[in-house]
Design a protein around this ligand. Sequence first.
Ligand SMILES: [Zn+2]
Length: 496
Amino acid sequence: MHMNEALLMKLGWGLLVNSNSYWAHVLCSKYGFDPTIISTSLPTKYGSYLWKAIGRVWLKVLQRLRWNVRDGKRIRFWQDAWVADVGPLVNLAVAPIPEAILHDWVADAISFDGSWNWSRFGFLLPHNVVLMIAAIKPPTPISKADQFYWGSSNSRMFTARTAYNLILGNVVQDEEVRWKSIWKWRGPHRIQMFLWLAAKERIKCKAELYRRHIGVDMICMRCGYAVEDTAHALRDCVTSRRIWNMLLAGRENVSFFTLPTRDWIFTNIQGTGNHGNNREWSCIFRVAIWCIWVARNHMVRDIRVRVEEILRTFEAFQSDSGLRVQNMFGWLPPRLPYYKLNSDGAKKGSGLVGAGGLIRDATGRWHGGLCMNIGICSVTIAELWGLYQGLILAWQMGIILLVVEIDSLCVTQLLNKKSLNATLSLVNDILGLLSRDWQVSVHHVYREANFAADFMASHALTLPLGLHYFTTPPLGVKTWLRNDGLGTAFPRVFKP
Ligand SMILES: [Zn+2]
């Protein structure tokens, strides 16, 4: 019965995303419904059983829509979910929203120069939300139409399963009960703590270390997968998966490997999954997840020790044969007619982010730089902002031969997987800039070769919100420029 509802939601979602398909067209024209205008209700006074049934789940479908801002003409400023993961802004207002702006589109919130019109809505929202909006690229009339996606699954695609979980969630789950279930179990405290961290997705896997600017990449040390996040470390990595498969033997396990991280943890520790009863499984799960993590740490440590051993042996061997170990990295000037842009993003503990970039020529001479105090968003978005503003600056300077260096693997990957993440407006705009009539190539470098840009990004956080250009280098960056100019290299320590 529940699943039925999930399938209806899938059909409803289909109306929105496949509005050109034959069946959507037939249904919509029959009932006079325009799916391109996302209306809060379906005209269901008349109509078939199916149509009415879709009408009943329609609001739940809409609750799950998340928006990417492009031209801002389809997104209702207060009612739709378009800012990070905070949901509709109407729920966050700190004062009554004046009737005159209650029905604003996002495009209405822009002032004549194209920036956010803070005086229109800023005083109605908490400061941290204002900073989150500051980090979003304001809509422009020339952009494509706003895009929506299904907000409760990682892939941004609808699956009946996410809808199914949503419905189950509506019936039984409230957040508090979920979190309490971690502490209710009478097991070792360190396992409770660990489960709590895992559910918060704050365990020190490579993706988390990277997020905190401690690691240099997110690659899984065990299987080489590009991103070792919580779910990968504890469930999806080859070695973890093997253990789960053995433990799950004989139990129903269809959803086990597909649930989003937090749902996966909670359904299993509460024993509400489909893995048979139960108490017993819940306990096995808690112990197993902890053991998998401990084993993972041992393995990673072993790998590191082994690598260090190999390097030491190699070093000894090299010095015997009179060679030097090449593990130094530093900034290199571009070849002669080229200019080089280095850009970067930085995040403070408080969540505030900045971006920066600078342009130099083959002699290492400074040609321009920028700092942007962004607001609140992820480091990846900050890196994208740095790259975007750097490219604009280079273009405005009339440069036609440009080499770009960034130290974020994640951004390099985003730019390569064009179709996959094209929904992110900034990525689109960067791809647009790259495809203009000039010669640009983007390269990934290690942080040691990007210190000057790193400085600019941190420097941004000391400046007022917004974009700042520098025709001459700001004071603190000069040390880095001098080092780079002298060809100083920095030893690189490979940490797991
Ligand atoms: Zn792995």
